[in-house]
Design a protein around this ligand. Structure first.
Ligand SMILES: [Zn+2]
Length: 77
């Protein structure tokens, strides 16, 4: 049986329940204050990889000096 995680909407108490899949949509009252609780999203979707670390190439390149331009390279002349 899967374990579902719940957070109480009244006191923010977090708890988990072992339930059958057929019971997953049933109410799970908070064990502390017996208020209604919200079922948390599955752990499986909580972790996503996000690769935004694209390294940009160093601009320039060619002569290896700061003087390279349309008129030639200042270091290779
Ligand atoms: Zn509660």
């Amino acid at each position: 049986m899967p374990i579902y995680e719940y957070t109480c909407t009244a006191c923010d108490h977090e708890f988990d329940k072992l339930r059958r899949i057929s019971q997953m949509d049933e109410e799970a009252p908070c064990p502390i204050c017996e208020a209604e609780s919200e079922r948390q999203l599955s752990v499986f979707s909580a972790f996503t990889s996000n690769d935004s670390g694209v390294m940009s190439a160093v601009a320039g390149g060619g002569g290896g000096c700061a003087g390279c331009g349309p008129n030639g390279c200042g270091c290779a002349g």
